[in-house]
Design a protein around this ligand. Structure first.
Ligand SMILES: [Zn+2]
Length: 81
């Protein structure tokens, strides 16, 4: 089964949290191995989460998700060229 990049992006936070269904995880992982755009986005997302975790101990500020998503949108746009 093949999924598109936009579907991988929807699952990136679940991927990082380890909450994906095993079947879905395998599909996402396979895609990430072959897609430079998605693996770059994964790296960026992981970096954002690490920075955020350093700042406050697991206390996500209000609007965090929105900011993460807008940041992701930027990454996706720049990665897509
Ligand atoms: Zn992709």
């Amino acid at each position: 089964m093949v999924i598109e990049c936009k579907h991988v992006w929807e699952h990136i936070s679940g991927y990082l949290d380890g909450t994906l269904d095993p079947a879905l995880l395998a599909i996402v992982q396979l895609h990430l191995e072959h897609c430079e755009i998605c693996s770059a986005i994964l790296d960026s997302t992981r970096n954002i989460l690490i920075l955020t975790a350093d700042d406050r101990v697991f206390e996500l500020p209000m609007g965090f998700s929105e900011r993460l998503h807008s940041r992701l949108d930027e990454e996706i746009r720049s990665a897509a060229g």
